[in-house]
Design a protein around this ligand. Sequence first.
Ligand code: SF4
Length: 133
Amino acid sequence: MSEVLSTCCYCGVGCGVIIETDEQRITGVRGDPAHPANFGRLCTKGATLHLTADSTARALYPELRRSHAAPRERVDWDSALDYAADKFAKVIREHGPDSVAFYISGQLLTEDYYVFNKTVTLRGLQAGVANSP
Ligand code: SF4
């Protein structure tokens, strides 16, 4: 087993984490007591960060559920993105641009923010963008 120092990717606080690994997979995450942002503490999201590294629980391809009662079905990326874009456009048409907001990570790089905001603005969404704390 080994440990790697890193930063929680979930929000702008940027807590220091110690990632435990058995060299094949991440086995645990705990707060870094020496990190000035959190002094060893983690919120629930950070404390369960290792669970997101379980590749068997990850979505590997897009799926759609066309109604609440319907089962999910595998679709190609173009179909999934067109479906999502149509849904956003419909909501905005019916309720205005303030009806859509995006919740993104405070750990994005400046370039990521730029691309994201350009994409949202170019689509005419003028959507609200918020980060977790
Ligand atoms: S999500 Fe929680 S653990 Fe992660 S950086 Fe933010 S406050 Fe820290």
